[in-house]
Design a protein around this ligand. Structure first.
Ligand code: CLF
Ligand code: SF4
Length: 506
């Protein structure tokens, strides 16, 4: 069942004129910035960055080098002592690196993963609270592998004084985590900061932090750096406030906003985890994203990476690249290999774009208010090519005659382990996909097939190995035809966001 969505709450989007189907602006007429169709210079900056471009994340990999152990603030959702190889969340890291080791590791990884396009510093503390190590690392990578894009993530407290050096080094992508602009909200997230050599607490701490974050974003923008803002969605603390945060950071010059769910399991040992502060449901997260999207471009494919993550988003290969496992001696220069991989990706992109355009033409006659939600199992590479039982996550797309748009991702446990189906994992997957009309997979076993169908989720293998968006649209073509023949009653129609109708087989 698609859950009903309460759009009357604090995050409800304000009333607005309906948007024309061909309109590229999030707010319809009056918006200052198209949701798509970027200026050429910006398009070039996001094209191969797996976080700044949803499409690029199918093809390109990133790696983080954990050279920044210290932090200058405390967030109630952070506890960096905890480490677990199965854990994927910011701040978690298996080993810390010196700048020299970081450069050595980057070159070793780049020699084996030609789709690597970005190297970032994302902790485990704050990159700019460790400026010597951070800049020595960035400079070393810039010298050794100038074709790799440099990226950095920070809480923003020490950002204003480092903007010029970052820009001078050719860093064009910086993420700032902004969870509030209102200190009354901030004092419930940050117990203290260290500023000017002293510990500051309470609202004053959040006021200083917010001022410096907005100042830093504006300075970065003035130096031509693309700023991504991450905001942690904390129900009952800042969820209602985040649309205002999105407005403020966009006004300061941020390019995209990434709203990520609070992770607060008690075993993580964080203040929120220990005091019972929960994270948002998938539905709550989507509601905040929809409200923020009225004012800013919103990222929906974040995987909340570890500070030592390696590989494409959604795959974690960090264990294969610990220092003790790196090959001895200098790594080979793999620049040519990376250039060849870029050409392969360009060919795949052209094929996917052609398939998408053809599929959009085929669904052009579908009712304008008809929409469906489909989950996709993919190994990466932009194809529907994962077995249902092997999927650890599904990408969820909203599909209509205008195209297929990523709505988010749903993490699950792989149902099939060692050839056996796990009932518990199947229940997790069924819950995760409860609001989907179909799941597109390369293959699916008979048992899960039956249970998916019984839950109102069509298991579809007819689009295996097709590019994702074209596959989703091709499935939608059949869905629209069945709806027209009266064989199904679609549970949602565009303009009926409550989505509380049910799908019924005729
Ligand atoms: Fe890393 Fe962050 Fe750069 Fe990406 S991650 S520093 S912008 S290269 Fe990406 Fe990971 Fe989400 Fe970050 S998926 S947590 S947004
Ligand atoms: Fe942890 Fe990052 Fe917050 Fe510092 S800024 S306390 S490293 S989450």
């Amino acid at each position: 069942m698609r859950h009903s969505v309460d759009l009357t709450g604090p995050c409800a989007p304000p009333e607005r004129e309906p948007r024309a189907a061909n309109c590229g602006f999030a707010r319809g007429c009056g918006d200052a910035q198209p949701a798509s169709g970027l200026p050429d210079d910006v398009a070039a900056l996001v094209r191969d960055h797996p976080c700044y471009s949803e499409e690029a994340h199918h093809h390109f990999a990133r790696m983080h080098v954990a050279v920044a152990p210290a932090c200058n603030i405390q967030c109630h959702y952070c506890h960096r002592k905890y480490d677990c190889a199965n854990e994927s969340r910011p701040g978690v890291v298996s080993e810390r690196l010196s700048p020299e080791d970081a450069v050595r590791k980057v070159l070793a990884v780049a020699a084996e993963i030609p789709e690597l396009s970005v190297v970032g510093i994302a902790g485990p503390g704050d990159a700019l609270a460790n400026p010597e190590a951070a800049f020595a690392t960035l400079e070393g990578i810039r010298r050794a592998a100038p074709d790799l894009t440099l990226c950095l993530s920070t809480n923003g407290l020490a950002l204003p004084e480092h903007v010029d050096r970052l820009a001078g080094l050719g860093v064009r992508h910086v993420t700032v985590t902004v969870n509030m602009t209102d200190p009354a909200v901030g004092e419930r997230i940050y117990p203290w900061i260290v500023h000017g050599g002293r510990k500051v607490r309470g609202r004053e701490a959040s006021r200083i932090l917010s001022d410096r974050q907005l100042q830093g974003i504006a300075r970065l923008r003035s130096r031509g750096v693309l700023v991504k803002v991450n905001s942690v969605v904390i129900p009952g603390v800042n969820d209602a406030h985040l649309p205002a945060v999105a407005r403020a950071v966009r006004a300061a010059g941020a390019f995209v906003v990434n709203l990520v769910p609070l992770l607060s399991a008690p075993e993580h040992g964080t203040h929120y985890g220990l005091t019972g502060q929960r994270g948002p449901t998938a539905e709550e997260l989507e509601r905040v994203q929809a409200a923020a999207e009225l004012d800013a471009r919103v990222m929906r494919h974040c995987r909340q990476c570890r500070a030592d993550a390696v590989g494409r988003l959604g795959e974690d290969r960090f264990e294969a690249y610990t220092l003790s496992k790196l090959p001895p001696g200098p790594a080979r220069d793999a620049r040519e290999l990376r250039a060849e991989r870029r050409e392969v990706v360009e060919r795949a992109r052209r094929i996917a774009a052609r398939a998408r355009a053809e599929a959009v033409l085929r669904v052009a006659g579908a009712p304008p208010d008809l929409t469906a939600r489909v989950a996709v199992a993919t190994k990466g590479g932009g194809l529907v090519d994962q077995h249902f039982g092997h999927a650890h996550e599904f990408l969820v797309y909203d599909v209509s005659r205008d195209g297929a748009r990523l709505a988010g991702r749903r993490a699950t446990d792989a149902y099939c382990t060692g050839g056996e189906g796990e009932d518990d994992a199947l229940s997790v997957a069924l819950r995760a996909l409860a609001d989907c009309d179909a799941v597109l997979v390369a293959k699916v076993g008979r048992c899960p097939q039956g249970q998916l169908a019984a839950a109102g989720i069509e298991p579809a293998t007819g689009h295996a190995f097709q590019p994702i968006e074209a596959a989703a649209l091709a499935w939608f073509e059949g869905f629209a035809a069945r709806a027209e023949r009266g064989e199904i009653v679609p549970r949602t129609r565009l303009g009926d966001p409550a989505g509380d109708a049910t799908t019924e087989a005729a």
